[in-house]
Ligand binder design. Structure first.
Ligand SMILES: [Zn+2]
Length: 280
């Protein structure tokens, strides 16, 4: 029977065998040596040796100082799988956790951490992936966005505009549904924020549209700074990508560019103020 190998939460190989879990320890001659996961916390000396291809257990010590527990093994595997799935999947964190625990025996469910904790595990794993994709990038001109950042899981292009690999780079993200919603919104609202902007960009600018009594963020723009020329370029790009918006966008910029100064107070001056009337 094939051995059950997963990745531990530390991304190292985890072997489950007859109710015990083992971490990979070291390579031997034509074999691999594994130690009980409770070696440090409970000073357990349990070990198994597998062949080099990890297809079979060739020897095992019987000196565990605790009883086997399949539920504990399943719990470890589930938590490790949450992490790997979080890195690879674009499904919501709640959806990943719900799928992972569906159908689990009560004995395992009772050992799991709270749902909020498992969701945080997924979120942290996802964040690690994002940071990993962006590490070693020191300038906007070097930034190469992986496809997971530019497309939805439906295949639709989420990155609608990229001004190119230069230091004055502007990125615009939206979806076809969002744009349809925006074009049917009577009022638009714009809100620039700086604290949550990715480090390579100075501002995260959002265009909202109204849906009934609700105001929804529909277009996301990353800009390199807050100068007038950058605002001009960003809105010109938006108008070029979505021609129906051109005149309203220009009106917005003219009204805010009157001073010719930086838009340091954009967030407060724009929030919750209807900026653009898109229909007569
Ligand atoms: Zn043990």
């Amino acid at each position: 029977m094939a051995l059950n190998i997963t990745k531990s939460q530390k991304n190292t190989p985890l072997l489950t065998h007859q109710g015990y879990s083992y971490n990979f320890d070291v390579d031997g001659v034509d074999k691999k040596i594994w130690r009980c996961v409770l070696r440090k916390s409970r000073n357990c000396l349990g070990r198994v040796h597998t062949d080099a291809d990890i297809t079979t257990v060739i020897s095992e010590s019987k000196n565990h100082n605790h009883t086997p527990n399949s539920a504990d093994c399943e719990k470890r595997e589930l938590l490790a799988n949450l992490k790997s799935t979080g890195k690879a999947s674009t499904e919501s964190t709640g959806g990943i956790v719900a799928t992972a625990i569906e159908g689990l025996p009560v004995a395992v469910l009772g050992k799991l951490p709270p749902l909020a904790s498992m969701k945080r595990t997924v979120q942290r794993a996802r964040q690690e992936t994002i940071q990993g994709a962006l590490k070693n990038v020191s300038s906007r001109s070097e930034l190469i966005l992986p496809e997971s950042f530019t497309k939805l899981k439906t295949g639709e292009q989420f990155l609608k505009f990229d001004s190119g690999n230069n230091n004055q780079r502007i990125l615009i993200f939206s979806t076809l549904d969002n744009l349809a919603q925006l074009s049917s919104s009577k009022h638009w609202y714009a809100d620039g924020t700086f604290k949550t902007s990715p480090s390579l960009f100075e501002q995260f600018f959002v265009i909202h549209g109204s849906l009934g009594e609700h105001v929804l963020p529909l277009v996301y723009i990353l800009t390199p700074n807050r100068t007038r020329s950058t605002y001009d370029r960003a809105l010109e790009a938006f108008a070029s990508a979505f021609p129906a918006s051109r005149q309203r966008v220009c009106f917005f910029f003219i009204s805010h560019n009157a001073s010719g100064a930086r838009f340091n107070n954009c967030q407060t001056s724009c929030t919750n103020i209807p900026l653009l009337q898109t229909s007569p």
